[in-house]
Design a protein around this ligand. Structure first.
Ligand code: B12
Length: 318
């Protein structure tokens, strides 16, 4: 659900005057709606995009529901890795959340945060679990914390257009791994797709039914474990025939898809990073970019708003 906020609150959050915010609204730099009484209101998503793209300092981020001190921490993906691994192992959700939001608010795309921070961090935690240097509960708790952060991040990603192409996906029967499919949903949404993960443990026949009912342009399957390979291959073959014949692109990924297994499968793309699926999706569909917003108004002084206003914001323009 979209959340609307007032110019006054945004002004307090980023430490500028309310009149500056109103001026930016009127110039189209901040996407604005009017209440019945004529007052300006902004969506949380467009405010977040504005802050990310213009590099505004967050003075009181908590007013926007962001972690306190967001924007004043680590902005290097590499340096964040050890800190995040430690925070997750210790179950320090506040710190973990802040590390991710600092990067996102510093304009790091979610896809990079997932490929270069969250996935390697979870891999490192898996290694520690395998070496018995952490307890099982620490690994499970880390996974739950990351899931909560992902759900929160979803609420501030640019709003996708109602006419954007639809993508769906999930994991198959007896595959409980939720993080990768959730991340795929988010990176596709960030790329302007109406993407929905249907979660985990989906029999291939129900994914086929969903493909018929929902008519997606793209269906992804994340495969982290396969219980019975011949059974998987037989069911997958039926699903792939149905989907590919209906013009649905199938993207597969995940650690269980070895080369030998993949060789027997039909699909449109195999991806081993989130960046790959975004690139593949971009080849099928590019979001409509309304460049008129960037330069229609009178010149803006550099002290007010940095010149480059992003095309990304247009994704939230619906
Ligand atoms: C969390 C976790 C679990 C949780 C998952 C909970 C949940 N709700 O998701 C639970 C508790 C279920 C679990 C269980 C088990 N786990 Co586990 N688990 C992990 C852990 C730590 C993280 C997994 C994760 O989410 N990673 C983050 C995601 C983003 O990374 P990823 O899955 O590798 O995906 C990458 C790519 O493959 C790609 N990708 C994946 N899917 C897709 C899909 C598309 C479309 C695209 C584009 C890309 C893509 O994107 C990512 C980019 O890097 C991993 C460690 C690891 N290496 O990942 C161990 C790990 C996978 N688990 C392991 C083991 C051994 C188990 C158990 C057997 C433990 C046990 N004895 O019970 C069970 C088996 C469960 C089963 N049915 O198979 C081993 C597997 C070893 C092996 N050789 O296969 C690992 C590697 C730990 C280790 N280092 O030993 N686990």
């Amino acid at each position: 659900m979209e959340q609307f906020i007032s110019p006054k609150l945004v002004a307090q959050a980023i430490g500028v005057s309310e009149s500056s915010i109103k001026r930016w609204c009127d110039r189209g730099l901040l996407q604005t709606v009017r209440t019945a009484g004529g007052h300006r209101r902004m969506t949380m998503n467009s405010v977040v995009e504005f802050i990310r793209s213009t590099g505004q300092l967050l003075v009181e981020p908590q007013l926007l529901g962001l972690p306190a001190d967001t924007g004043r921490g680590e902005t290097s993906l590499l340096r964040s890795r050890d800190q995040l691994t430690q925070a997750l192992i210790e179950g320090d959700e506040t710190r973990a959340r802040k590390l991710v939001f600092d990067l996102y608010m510093a304009a790091t795309p979610a896809v990079e945060i997932f490929d270069k921070l969250l996935a390697p961090t979870m891999h490192a935690i898996g290694e520690r679990w395998a070496q018995n240097s952490i307890e099982v509960y620490q690994e499970r708790r880390a996974c739950e914390i990351v899931l909560r952060i992902l759900f929160e991040l979803r609420t501030i990603l640019p709003v996708v257009r109602a006419d954007a192409p639809y993508a769906m996906g999930g994991t198959l029967s007896k595959d409980p791994y939720k993080l990768a499919t959730t991340m795929v949903e988010l990176v596709l949404r960030e790329a302007g797709w109406r993407a929905e993960s249907y979660g985990t443990d989906l029999p291939l026949c129900t994914l086929g039914a969903a493909a018929i009912h929902m008519q997606p342009r793209l269906c992804w399957i994340s495969v982290s474990c396969i219980e019975d390979v011949p059974k998987f291959q037989a069911e997958y073959a039926r699903f792939a025939e149905l989907a590919l014949n209906s013009g649905i692109a199938i993207v597969v990924g995940g650690r269980a898809l070895t080369e030998a297994i993949r060789r027997e499968m039909n699909y449109s793309a195999y991806c081993d990073t989130f960046r790959h699926i975004v690139q593949f999706a971009g080849a099928i569909y590019r979001p409509i970019v309304n460049t008129s917003i960037a330069r229609t108004s009178e010149p803006t002084s550099h002290s007010e708003v940095p010149a480059a206003f992003p095309s990304r914001d247009i994704l939230s323009a619906n």
